[in-house]
Write a protein that binds this ligand. Sequence first.
Ligand code: ADP
Ligand code: MG
Length: 683
Amino acid sequence: MNIKRNYKYLLSDLTELKGVGLKTTNLLKRKKINNIFDLLWQLPKSYTDRSLSSKIIDLKVGDIQTVNIIPKKYSFPRIRNLPNRVLCSDETGNIDCVFFNSYEGYIKKILPLGKEITVSGKISFFKNKYQLTNPKYVSENSSLIKQKHNTYSLTEGISEKAYNKIINQILDKLPVLDEWHPNHVLKNFDYIKWNDAIKELHKPENIGNYKKNFYLRLVFDEIFSTFLVNSEIRKNIKKLKKKNKIFSENNQNMIIKNLDFSLTKDQKKSLKEINNDLSSSTKMFRLLQGDVGSGKTIVALLAALNTIYSGFQVSLMAPTEILAKQHFNLAKNIFPRNINLEFISGKSNYKTKKNILEKLSNHKIDIIFGTHAIFQKKVTYKKLGLIIIDEQHKFGVNQRKKLSDKGGKNCDVLLMTATPIPRTLTMTLYGDMDISIIQEKPKSRKPIKTFSKLESNINDVIKFIKKEIYLGNQVFWVCPLIEESKKLDHSSVTTKFEYLKRLFPNQVLLLHGKTDQEEKEIILKQFQKNQFKILVSTTIIEVGIDFPNANVIIIENANKFGLSQLHQLRGRVGRGDKSSTCILMFKSNLSENAKKRINILKESNDGFKISEEDMKIRGFGDILGFKQSGIKNFKLADPIQNHDLFILAENEIKRIEQSNQDISKFKALVKLYDRADVINDIV
Ligand code: ADP
Ligand code: MG
């Protein structure tokens, strides 16, 4: 029967498949396989070749063999622990098929006397006879058995045979989808069709073949659909008309003149780009990307000032109160007195909060600083014109889109992140936004001297920090998160804390995963005020907080971190003019490879470059924990291996955008590959 199927079949529930009930469905759902489409990407790991059959006389004990036999006699002893047996033979000899725990009826059905049957399995030898125990591959139809059978990394509770049956069923019924790509794209992949490519993907002989057209086409589909969704979001945002902001740059320039540094070229360029967006009549949705310490805050505050002078309110949100407060304090210092600033804290009492909310709703406040509290439902703004969000690289496309909707018609959005990432990743993760990049660091910034040390030489490290503390400096001591066990994690920081406390009485603070938010902010403040000299912690301190006196960071077990993460951690120090030091500690001598890695860090202070190298070494998912960020991983695409295809996809998207092409022919593609769950209102 030839049923015409379209892409919707692939999105249907697993129970649509023959032989898949609730039990299997639940097992697969645990592996995040929710529909038929998801199953397509579980690739075979290896295969068992059952295609060649042998005569009984030639069987090799211990190997998996396929053989045609004729069942001759049943032996069902009906005694506990004695297996049921079927004596079989061919013209060259005898073999027993032995069944533990199988019903007679079942055995008689699969091995009827006198019929030629194909069986396959691991051959053993018992009491002078060949034997096949609990054979799983038994059929009258030898072609069903004589093939290469794929091995998948199986979900517990689903047998290999059952799994292959499911996959083969899907491949048999695979819909022939209308081609979505134009010929000039397809020619890169020798015009292979999507459904043919999927079939190739599951062929045993193609296991590990990542360079062939079928594979590359599927990789491209994946990248392209991601970019297309991003592009559509961006396009839709650009369609939103807003009231353009009118301001003169005089006010901004006055402030710049009074700073005790001059802006870098990249800071100026970014500010210009943002100002252009503010004064245009389409909504801004922009990311300001720059390494730790590259000076994003001042750029954002100047943009805020321009917004305020054009008669609008601004809200600036940071991940922690301490960071929000830092921005508030800076603004208070540099903004003219007639600007009304406010900081809202979760700890403020009811009356204060109520007062602030009231002032926001009647525009008595020009700019508010706070954590996510400033976006709660009950917070209303009279005339919100700009939302600034600091250090939220973990916001996914979806959250960002909501945010841009939330501010209202005239509201621009500026996100900031200190997460330099390779370009292929930027296109993937932030393709829905316009991007300003601050690459160049302030000239006054001294590079952080980076050393490695064996843990056994901890005494040298202690001597070093004693000296630094004597000079009035402060020290971060970072222990890695132990992913496998929160308990171990906890004990590793507390042990170190106890150890350091003995050496530096009354000078050491401790922060770990179990410290609650409020306590954490108190501890950070104590450290910031220089009341303690050493802060022992896991990686939970946010990027971007200024600790003007801290100029040493010790990172224990440094091989547990990726390069980007190490770079970001060391960015906690060296934000001022002091020269600073980062000591990477290792449990054992470094391998040549590890040395190479660490050298990149020692030699470079450029987060973009480091992240590029990091991705080459560790792959996409590991960079700064994007895996945990809720940003879905690609199924096949790899930003390093498939760099060319990312560029191809980017160019193709540009072409589509520029020619204003109707994208409805990509509907099936986008519906299938929906990585962001945002496309419902797009195609
Ligand atoms: P980040 O990009 O990590 O958010 P910040 O905006 O917090 O960095 O800036 C880090 C420090 O550098 C701040 O103390 C800030 O005053 C200072 N700074 C910013 N721009 C410059 C500059 N052009 N020259 C010198 N120092 C600067
Ligand atoms: Mg910052």
